[in-house]
Design a protein around this ligand. Structure first.
Ligand code: AMP
Ligand code: MN
Ligand code: MN
Length: 320
């Protein structure tokens, strides 16, 4: 932390980067940090590789879209919520250029320590918790918007303070953020209780097709390109599909497969004892023990399901 603060104080121009397909923790941690750095007299900018998904536009925040034609100049680059350089996607070249001035702030246990300074806390529920601590050192208080962003980051990654990554410390941070008086109900309504009508219909279809293993411990759902087209839903807006599989009583591992062009995005969740981060690592993915992801390429949905199912069965062997 001391080193991070010293580097920030010495820098003038700071670029903030986060992972591909940014989720609320990635976006909100970046925006809160950017806002705090600006009010601390720095010239800071968040650079993303693509527009924010429609379903996350309520978050707000300013950002630039990466362009390969542009020359990016900075004294310091800070990556947030990203465990691996490759997950920066198009912005990886910026991180590579500034590899000696690269701060890696993250909470993934399989973080590759790619920064010149690595502030990685695997016990933090969200990157937003670490950014909260950092901003506290930089300035006396938060703006209402910074507080809302950080609360959103933490509420998202803890599933509304329900997942096992929630600690008493998480609740204390959330409580002190709530003192700033933003509309926390609106945040949670957006995060957990709002879907577009089309997505609701698509979810109903996915629900009908959920598959459960013979012992009832593994459940999966699949979302093909064709289904998304039929319901006019974009992959980046079709989140939380894996929760459909997870909610079934007795399920230890749930996974979803989502087709996106040549790729299949796999989301894995576990409940009590299975380590899905370990499963994801086997296929070049990553994440945490209870939530992880993989991107598979050049494979059919059917083969992908079989592949992941076999890995899940192996992980459960002799357990539970
Ligand atoms: P998701 O299922 O997309 O919500 O992601 C769950 C967790 O796994 C998050 O912590 C992600 O950062 C991580 N994750 C998702 N996809 C990948 C991937 N392709 N490679 C590495 N980590 C991933
Ligand atoms: Mn994230
Ligand atoms: Mn996160």
């Amino acid at each position: 932390m001391k080193e991070v603060v010293e580097r920030i104080k010495a820098a003038h121009k700071i670029i903030i980067l986060t992972h591909i397909s940014p989720d609320p923790d990635a976006l909100c941690s970046s925006f809160a940090l950017c806002s705090a750095l600006c009010s601390f007299g720095k010239e800071a900018a968040v650079i993303l590789c693509e527009e924010v998904a429609k379903s996350l536009q309520y978050i707000g925040g300013e950002y630039q879209i990466y362009s390969s034609c542009k020359q990016y100049e900075a004294d310091l680059v800070i990556c947030v919520d990203c465990g691996d350089l490759r997950r920066l996607d198009c912005a990886e070249s910026i991180a590579a250029k500034y590899k000696n001035d690269l701060i890696n702030i993250d909470h993934h246990k399989d973080n590759t320590y790619f920064g010149s300074i690595n502030y990685v806390k695997a016990d933090a529920a969200a990157a937003g918790e670490i950014i909260f601590c950092l901003i506290q050192v930089l300035k006396p208080d938060f703006t209402k918007e910074e507080a809302r962003w950080l609360y959103t980051a933490i509420s998202a990654d803890t599933g509304g303070f329900r997942y096992s990554n929630t600690t008493p410390g998480t609740m204390r941070i959330a409580a002190s953020l709530m003192e700033y008086g933003f509309d926390f109900r609106a945040v949670n309504k957006e995060l957990f209780e709002t879907v577009d009508y089309n997505l609701l219909k698509l979810k109903a279809r996915v629900m009908e097709q959920v598959m459960v293993s013979s012992d009832g411990r593994i459940a999966s759902v699949s979302l093909t390109d064709q289904m998304m087209q039929e319901y006019c839903v974009k992959e980046e807006d079709a989140y939380a599909m894996v929760d459909i599989a997870r909610s079934i009583r007795g399920v230890e591992i749930a996974f979803s497969l989502k087709e996106k062009g040549n790729h299949i995005k796999v989301s894995l969740r576990s409940e009590k004892y299975a380590d899905v981060g370990k499963i994801a690592n086997q296929f070049g993915g990553g994440g945490h023990m209870r939530a992880a992801g993989i991107t598979l390429s050049d494979i059919t949905m059917d083969d992908a399901r079989k592949l992941i199912l076999a890995a899940c069965e192996k992980e459960l062997e002799g357990q539970g």
